[in-house]
Design a protein around this ligand. Structure first.
Ligand code: C2E
Ligand code: MG
Ligand code: MG
Ligand code: MG
Length: 282
């Protein structure tokens, strides 16, 4: 293929494709191979219970270091994986690996550490998603202790097909798993649907938490979500907490849990275990 210079970067150009389409194509091709080559890893970010001031679980976040393209952010490759359907095999691997890790930590004596795994709309709406989850729970040993696993689905993914979402979440909960609504506040769900949604926890989107101490309306949104969740019997978790002042404000508002760089960044499992599971695992 002919080479073209674009700014400082040199790329191989397929005639008829613009730069963005070209980039998507390269990522798609690399994604296909990445699954076979085992280029993915999960990193774990601690979840802190505010009342107990104690780590109670972790969110599993996928990381990809491509042999050809180097490290890529989930914000770049997850949307492409969703568009191309590759999120289905990738998401299956994420679920398998998250379950295996939950069982490993359980076996190492950290009882009840709950791992939350992100599931995209494409996966959730696959007709065989529940069969796949059941098979993974059985193969990993999580079936014996389903409270070790939580499934996170974004509010906007749930709203794509609310009736199917309700049915699938109901089955997941029936299996003993926890269900969290991710990026809450950005997905336009109505209160009527929220009332019917079989979820355990709302994860307040990072954008509101980031602004809550400087922007009155962000503060009001956070306070309102927490109050509404409580009256609906849902727990709340604030994402993206970076400062002590946010922790105190969220505590005062009655938020149940927090996650963010203030407590810990997502890290590989061994680093996570050294920091969070050694000695201080009370
Ligand atoms: P998310 O599920 O809402 O995950 C939270 C994101 O916020 C993560 O970004 C995390 O690293 C970042 N974060 C956590 N604490 C802080 C903080 O204090 N400050 C800031 N600025 N950021 C913080 P990450 O890992 O880049 O993931 C981005 C998104 O990609 C995730 O948002 C999720 O939607 C998606 N994603 C990641 N892993 C998976 C996966 O395995 N499957 C699916 N379907 N999506 C995934
Ligand atoms: Mg998440
Ligand atoms: Mg989120
Ligand atoms: Mg997000």
């Amino acid at each position: 293929a002919p080479r073209v210079e674009v700014g400082n970067t040199v790329s191989f150009f397929a005639p008829g494709l613009d730069a963005a389409a070209q980039e998507r194509r390269r990522i798609t091709q690399a994604l296909h191979r990445a699954i076979e080559r085992g280029e993915f890893a999960l990193h774990y970010q601690p979840v802190i219970d505010l009342a107990a001031r104690r780590m109670t679980g972790a969110e599993a976040l996928v990381r990809w270091h491509s042999a050809e393209l180097g490290p890529l952010s989930p914000a770049t490759f997850i949307p492409i994986a969703e568009e191309t359907g590759l999120i289905v095999p990738l998401g299956r691997w994420v679920l398998e690996e998250g379950c295996r890790q939950a069982v490993r930590w359980q076996a190492q004596g950290r009882a009840g550490l709950r791992i939350a795994v992100n599931v995209s709309a494409k996966q959730l709406y696959q007709p065989d998603f529940l069969d796949e989850v059941n098979a993974i729970l059985d193969a990993s040993g999580v079936s014996g202790e389903p409270s070790l696993l939580a499934i996170e689905v974004t509010e906007s993914a749930l709203m794509e097909d609310i009736e199917t979402s309700i049915a699938v979440l109901q089955r997941l909960k029936g299996r003993g798993l926890s269900v969290y609504v991710d990026d809450f506040g950005t997905g336009y769900s109505s209160l009527a649907y929220l009332k019917r949604l079989p979820a355990d926890k709302l994860k307040i989107d990072i954008s509101f938490v980031r602004g809550m101490l400087s922007d009155r309306s962000d503060y009001t949104i956070v306070a309102t979500i927490i109050a509404m969740a409580r009256s609906l019997g849902l727990k709340t978790l604030a994402e993206g907490v970076e400062e002590a002042a946010q922790v105190e404000a969220l505590s005062a508002l009655g938020c149940d849990e927090v996650q963010g760089y203030y407590f810990g960044r997502p890290e590989p499992p061994d680093a996570f275990a050294r920091k969070w599971l050694a000695g201080n695992a009370s």
